[in-house]
Ligand binder design. Sequence first.
Ligand code: DQA
Length: 150
Amino acid sequence: MGKIAVLHGINLQLLGRREPEIYGRVTLESINSRLCRMGQEAGAEVYCRQTNHEGEMVDWIAELGPRDFLILNPGAWTHTHYSIRDAVKGVGTPALEVHLSNIGARESFRAHSVVAPACLGQICGLGADGYYLAMTYALSRIDSLEASDG
Ligand code: DQA
């Protein structure tokens, strides 16, 4: 069966203490453990990683294939980093872009995502719940990706 990768980009290790009025008080560790638990309960392979290094993120995306599923919060790279978009497009992995905050309701530079065109869609503004909703979708999708495998 394909794997579900949850990849967090730049600065997301600070969740819990970074601008809590915007991002909430939940830590990345607690988001990741809940996501892994959801995967375990569904019998799916789920892993979560965070990096502040663009090349490392690109390498991690390159490990994925079309039968995997990607849940991606690129952080500020969302708005500027075509390399992340090209990597997602390049591997052909179905992906959901997740943001804790509503990027359309903040500074104007955040409203645009250069990564979103490479993704199936985007969930933003729902805090940590956005990740859990993305995981629910990924778990439903991973079965059909497997089924289409023959
Ligand atoms: C973010 C939104 C980005 O604009 C910001 O740079 C982040 C976090 C979010 O999850 O709301 O680092 O991706």
